[in-house]
Design a protein around this ligand. Structure first.
Ligand SMILES: [Zn+2]
Length: 283
């Protein structure tokens, strides 16, 4: 594997483009945001009425965005462990044989699929072995290894996270993201520039940006719920208003696009620093 490429994401994009997505897929990612965006993309692709699927514009795509498409069902989670239990699986299996309302496919999203009890996974087997034609199951999990082999042998697994040599670099990317987030509220630009200037690889940059998106998202949530995961997210939420936070989120999305389009890494750090400092000015 070279650069920041990720074979799981590439394979998924290829399969979507060629229209060859199987009736059941497993998405593997440790990141809520990555998972959410990928599930959304697949759902839009599956129900889109436009020409270039997903078009993001047709009424079906808009319904996915608004979480109100009648042919998409997210399994209910129960208990402290937030798992899909066997009763819920049975409900889904019975429903799976009823034709879709308006799309060509009916989609069932199974969050925390790797936490499902064996009994619940077994209950799913039949519908996965002999699927109705119009069905699409999306298993969301942190680690596909925890799914039964009998399920894994009948689905396509896409690993969405970027892979590293070791866990240390994952931790480092998170720590760098936290450091950058901490200095977003700093009046001196120097620490921010230093931290961003040190990012020399696309893999690391991509990972740091994804972590930052998560942190900004949590800071936004803090403004609404008053609950934060850590002091950095709390102080961001206190210091910045919703507008400033969403502008930073927007900048991070642009940054992610720039990384995809092969921006020169020397320019990247300086560009991002300038953008973030411009965004953070209190309005
Ligand atoms: Zn569409």
């Amino acid at each position: 594997m070279s650069g920041y490429e990720n074979s799981g994401r590439q394979q998924l994009e290829k399969d979507l483009q060629s229209g060859k997505l199987p009736h059941a897929v497993v998405l593997e990612s440790q990141k809520d945001l990555t998972m959410k965006e990928t599930v959304n993309m697949i759902c839009q692709w599956a129900v889109c009425r436009g020409e270039n699927r997903p078009c993001h514009k047709c009424s079906a795509c808009v319904k996915v965005e608004n979480n109100n498409h009648p042919d998409i069902y997210t399994a209910k989670l129960s208990g402290k462990l937030e798992v899909v239990n066997v009763e819920e699986v049975r409900t889904i299996c019975a429903d799976a044989y009823i034709r879709p309302n308006e799309a060509d496919r009916k989609i069932y999203i199974l969050p925390n699929a790797d936490k499902m009890q064996i009994q619940a996974q077994n209950a799913l087997l039949k519908v996965i072995e002999e699927p109705p034609q119009h069905i699409l199951f999306i298993f969301c999990c942190g680690s596909a290894k925890k799914l039964l082999a009998t399920i894994l042998s009948r689905v396509a697994v896409y690993s969405l996270d970027y892979t590293y040599d070791d866990d240390r670099s994952v931790q480092q990317a998170y720590e760098t993201a936290l450091y950058i987030a901490e200095h977003l509220t700093d009046t001196k630009g120097y620490p921010l520039l230093c931290a961003l200037g040190k990012i020399d690889s696309r893999v690391t940059a991509k990972e740091i940006i994804e972590n930052l998106m998560e942190i900004i998202g949590n800071a936004m949530r803090y403004r609404v719920t008053g609950k934060a995961e850590n002091p950095v997210e709390r102080s961001l939420g206190e210091y910045m208003d919703m507008m400033a936070l969403s502008q930073i989120a927007e900048t991070l999305h642009t940054a992610s696009d720039k990384l995809d389009s092969n921006i020169n890494m020397n320019l990247f750090g300086a560009w991002l620093c300038a953008e973030l400092r411009r965004r953070k000015q209190k309005t």
